[in-house]
Ligand binder design. Structure first.
Ligand code: PHE
Length: 453
């Protein structure tokens, strides 16, 4: 008898397991890399303030829409969005929207795998450096097609290994192990870096707001995109994780915890990255570009920070090891949630066994990563913009609209009450149903519109 065919649908076994998995999905390269660099280039703490407001005003309500639809439907995004109405045409549109989400999740995973591969290269390089294997270190830290294919392949392998082990033995087990390690590494690194000369300068840049910039449209748009990407919204990740939740858990509470952890870790990561940049400057490393802006993007992670680690003598290799381990873990707990989106669809709709689905879909996505690696100049930025800038907010709107207008109100309210008996007394109950129906989609669309004009 085939164990996988007869297995009941996966479910998280503990609340802690769900929180680690969902926070693991949310906390990724977007938090530790994206957020601090965006903050630095967008007026320091002014960006932090706008981001915090948008995370709770726009991203949290949209996250709730995904969780509530997922747990109600107990299914992947395509089946879930295709089952909320009595009208076949509306359900067909729902399925098409869900399918678009699956494509976007897969495309995000294809570029994410490449970036995570770079983290793996530098992780290995800090180890080879420790044992003075210079040729290996040189190969790992020099950008080349072979190196990028090799490291993306390893990362894709890790992702599909975890996903093929299932919801409890894969996603829940590994997120519950890796997330505490991530938090520990982050705290250790901050304690070390903040004690170095120059760190206070970085803290000032990070924490003193240039309030004149708070209402700048470009700042607001960047903050919205960042909030959506960071909470893994729009592509069905949170919907599918919500579908593995038990009816004993309060969705608004769990959603709030995940949002607070995500925002909190982004904020804490800023306490590491910006001081580290100024410690580097103090040690003689160039941290400003020709226009006088802080160097961001890959150059920050793969040139400025390694140059800083080099100035730290013997401790530098260990700091580098800890830093790139942190980045790799952050990326892995996010990438598994992306792969779960297409895999859950294949398992539930096409009856494919989970390990087969994970290997087939994981390899196809790796093939897209390889295509991007071979055509890096044209494809890399294009895929990132297409998915994160345009598709994620639009899909977020679609999911809010489905939740607000198509999902039957009595069923929606019933789902919210499960695991939360006194919810009718809460502010959430009074505001959210209308909010997700009208205000949230309008606010997202208005911001989106602005970003196009
Ligand atoms: N939230 C992840 C990050 O911050 C990225 C992500 C996007 C994960 C979409 C899943 C789905 O890096």
């Amino acid at each position: 008898m085939d164990a996988f065919m007869s297995a009941p649908r996966g479910q998280f076994t503990t609340r802690f397991g769900f929180i680690m998995a969902a926070a693991g999905s949310a906390v990724g390269l977007g938090n530790i890399w994206g957020f601090p660099t965006q903050t630095a280039s967008n007026g320091g703490a002014a960006f932090v303030v706008v981001y915090l407001v948008l995370a709770f005003l726009l991203a949290y309500p949209a996250l709730m829409a995904e969780l509530v639809i997922g747990r109600h439907a107990r299914a992947n995004i395509v089946t879930a969005l295709g089952s909320l109405s009595d009208k076949p045409i509306i359900n067909n549109i729902g399925r098409a929207t869900g399918f678009y989400g699956v494509i976007v999740a897969s495309l995000i995973l294809s570029f994410y795998t490449i970036v995570a591969g770079w983290m793996i290269c530098y992780l290995f390089a800090s180890a080879t450096d420790l044992v003075s294997a210079d040729t290996a270190t040189q190969w790992l830290t020099t950008d080349s097609i072979d190196r990028n294919l090799f490291s993306s392949f390893i990362f894709a392998g890790l992702t599909l290994f975890i996903i093929s082990s299932g919801v409890q033995n894969g996603i829940e087990k590994w997120s519950s192990r890796l997330m505490p390690v991530l938090m520990g590494l982050l705290c250790l690194l901050i304690a070390y870096v903040v004690a170095q000369p120059g760190a206070m300068e970085g803290l000032k840049v990070y924490l003193l707001p240039d309030m004149s910039r708070v209402f700048e449209p470009s700042l607001i748009i960047s903050a919205m995109g960042q909030a959506f990407f960071s909470l893994s919204l729009g592509v069905g990740t949170m919907l599918v994780y919500g579908s593995y939740l038990s009816k004993d858990d309060s969705l608004p509470r769990l959603g709030a915890i995940v949002t607070v952890v995500d925002v909190g870790i982004a904020f804490i990561a800023g306490l590491l990255i910006l001081p580290a940049m100024y410690v580097a400057q103090h040690a003689g490393v160039t941290i400003l570009d020709d226009a006088g802006n802080l160097i961001g993007g890959p150059d920050m992670i793969f040139q400025v920070l390694p140059a800083l680690f080099n100035t730290m003598g013997g401790a530098g290799d260990f700091v580098a090891l800890a830093f790139f381990a942190l980045m790799t873990i952050a990326a892995l707990t996010s990438s598994i949630s992306m792969l779960e989106v297409p895999v859950s669809l294949a398992v539930e709709r096409f009856n494919v066994r989970r390990p087969v689905a994970a290997i087939a879909i994981g390899s196809s996505i790796f093939a897209i990563s390889a295509l991007i690696i071979f055509n890096f100049g044209t494809l890399f930025g294009f895929v990132i913009d297409l998915t994160t800038k345009y598709s994620e907010p639009l899909l977020g709107v679609a999911i809010c609209l489905y939740c607000g207008w198509i999902f039957k109100r009595n069923l929606l309210l019933k789902e919210l009450k499960e695991g939360h008996d006194d919810i009718e007394d809460s502010l959430f109950w009074k505001i959210w149903p209308l909010y997700v129906k009208v205000i949230c989609p309008l606010l997202i669309l208005a911001t989106f519109w602005h970003s196009l004009s």
